[in-house]
Write a protein that binds this ligand. Structure first.
Ligand code: GDP
Ligand code: MG
Length: 230
């Protein structure tokens, strides 16, 4: 009776929402801080090293756990992970591509590691989403897009550290650069990882994962991503 009931519950209700990532595709998982506009209120502006370090620790923790993880890229309150399953025949796909497992477990591992590394009383939460991309060139564009977002975010963060919100409304990027310049602040001279983001890559012996804080501008140096994306 119990086995029959279980089988029926699974079939009728669990299987109904079972979504699976297709094999031999590029899979990207992006994790983003929930309501971090509020969570980061008391943190250093424009760039909180404490926040970046905790995000990096969480990303490393997740890279260790995910099967087929190749690379991770992080900026602001987010991290994107690239997973593949096609370098070898029969290479496994994390949770056999079960989307619900992939998003829930990635968010929970990342959240656990982040909160341990960050400390403090407040509990941070993260959402997670899975993207399937069929072409390597498009994966490159994906990471290009996130890095463009890093530049835009860092300019906005820098501007809002020197000007009130009302003064910045409707201002173009060029105008923001000029306003900062008027106060002797140069966006170009800010730390490279603040402007470009950070990567987590396998170490040379490929036994561990390490943070790369000196990544290039992907647009200018396409070899960096092309070396990583299989
Ligand atoms: N103080 C501070 N805040 C940051 C830093 N990096 C990201 N943030 C905040 O994180 C937020 C992330 O944006 P977004 O994900 O779009 O907004 P959310 O929906 O509130 O999480 C930004 O609005 C910033 O306020 C940082 O280095 N220092
Ligand atoms: Mg967020």
């Amino acid at each position: 009776m119990k086995d029959d009931l279980g089988r029926r519950m699974k079939q009728d209700y669990e299987d109904a929402l079972r979504l699976t990532v297709p094999r031999r595709s590029y899979v990207v998982i992006r994790i983003d801080g929930r309501g971090f506009h509020t969570f980061t209120k008391s943190l250093e502006r424009p760039y909180s090293r404490r926040l970046a370090d905790a995000l990096d620790q969480a990303a490393i923790g997740l890279c260790h756990e995910m099967i087929g993880c190749r690379f991770a890229y992080g900026q602001s309150d987010e991290y994107s992970f690239l997973l593949t399953d096609f370098e070898k025949e029969n290479a496994p796909l994390w949770f056999d591509g079960n989307v619900q497992k992939m998003v829930s477990v990635s968010a929970s591992i990342f959240t656990g590691h982040f909160n341990r590394a960050f400390g403090g009383d407040k509990i941070a939460a993260f959402d997670s989403r899975v993207l399937v991309i069929s072409q390597g060139a498009e994966v490159e564009k994906y990471f290009l897009w996130r890095q463009l977002d890093a530049s835009a975010n860092s300019l906005n963060m820098l501007a809002s550290a020197h000007y009130a919100h009302a003064e910045l409304v409707g201002k173009s990027n060029t105008e923001k650069h000029e306003m900062l310049f008027a106060k002797g602040v140069n966006w170009a001279k800010q730390p490279a990882d603040f402007k470009r983001g950070r990567a987590v890559r396998r170490s040379a012996d490929s036994n561990s994962w390490e943070v790369d804080c000196t990544i290039p501008v992907f647009n200018r140096d396409p070899a960096y991503l092309r070396e990583i994306i299989p």
